[in-house]
Write a protein that binds this ligand. Structure first.
Ligand SMILES: Cc1cc2nc3c(=O)[nH]c(=O)nc-3n(C[C@H](O)[C@H](O)[C@H](O)COP(=O)(O)OP(=O)(O)OC[C@H]3O[C@@H](n4cnc5c(N)ncnc54)[C@H](O)[C@@H]3O)c2cc1C
Length: 260
């Protein structure tokens, strides 16, 4: 099977993030692969182990390629970075347009993506790539079985109060949800090898895209302003003993918090 996995590098949850200006964040240089993308890589590798073929990890990023190296260390065969200065200011649709411009020239059975990136959380890129390519798409899957002969997939999705079992012809794009699998932890030796692996680079011109098709010129979604969450009020400690403290708590919940 020919499988492509879309991966994005996101800030580590422990990285310091400051609001630099209304539309700019200052992010400490600590990045890791978005968790749902690791689930997608694992799903691709499991299919390769069963049916043979190739897993390629693919990112649009002008700076970082650690997510690609992580994919290689887990077992992906190839890594590709789409990079071009004109991509600066891109919104999710521009990223999807760029990815699909590359993928439409390739033959593949399956594209896997994360259900959402763990920083921007839009959940747009996967479905938008499928729309651009005109292939079926199923969002947020927690089960996947492929019949390579019939070129068909059976997938499971969690829905409110239950599960949905679906079948879908291939090629298709699925976005992967926690619970589909447990991503493998790469061996140290493979991590070292991945550090030296060759990352293929592709620019916009080779995809027949013009700067005006992507980046800030094409952005339909623009950040107007970043705001910090409002400061939480200080904690109130009730010093009385039982049962007076319960009466005070109920009074506070009723009169101050208006929660009951
Ligand atoms: C070069 C560049 C410049 C950017 N400039 C700006 C900017 O100026 N202002 C701003 O607000 N944002 C900017 N972005 C961020 C960009 O808009 C978002 O990263 C992108 O739209 C994806 O949205 P999301 O993170 O919410 O992904 P989601 O839609 O939540 O991602 C879902 C899944 O899609 C796949 N995916 C997402 N992003 C990528 C990617 N880059 N490559 C491969 N697969 C991917 C992953 O599988 C991911 O799990 C820039 C991004 C890039 C790459």
């Amino acid at each position: 099977m020919e499988i492509y996995v879309l991966v994005k590098q996101v800030p580590d949850p422990e990285a310091m993030i400051k609001v630099k200006s209304d539309t700019e964040l200052e992010i400490e240089n600590k990045y890791f692969t978005s968790y749902f993308d690791e689930v997608a890589i694992e799903a691709g590798l499991k299919l390769k182990e069963k049916f043979g073929g190739k897993v390629t990890v693919l990112t649009v990023d002008n700076r970082r390629v650690d997510a690609l190296r992580r994919g290689i260390s887990m077992g992906a065969d190839e890594a590709l970075q789409i990079t071009d200065p004109a991509l600066e200011g891109s919104d999710p649709f521009a990223i999807a347009r760029t990815l699909s411009a590359y993928l439409k020239e390739k033959s593949f059975d399956l594209i896997l993506a994360g259900r959402q990136a763990m920083d921007d959380d839009a959940g747009i890129v996967g479905p938008a790539v499928a729309e651009c390519l005109g292939i079926p798409h199923i969002h947020s899957i927690i089960g996947l079985e492929v019949d390579d002969q019939k070129k068909e997939a059976k997938v499971v999705r969690e829905v409110e109060n239950g599960r949905e079992n679906l079948t879908c012809p291939l090629p298709a794009l699925f976005t992967c949800q926690k619970g589909l699998n447990t991503p493998r932890i790469p061996l140290v030796m493979n991590v070292m090898k991945a550090m030296k692996a060759q990352i293929k680079k592709v620019d916009l011109a080779s995809l027949n895209l013009k700067p005006a098709d992507v980046g800030s010129q094409a952005a339909q979604i623009k950040v107007q302003r970043y705001l910090l969450p409002p400061k939480r009020p200080p904690v109130k400690i009730i010093k009385e003993d039982f049962p007076e403290n319960v009466k005070t708590l109920v009074k506070l919940l009723r009169e101050e918090a208006k929660a009951i």
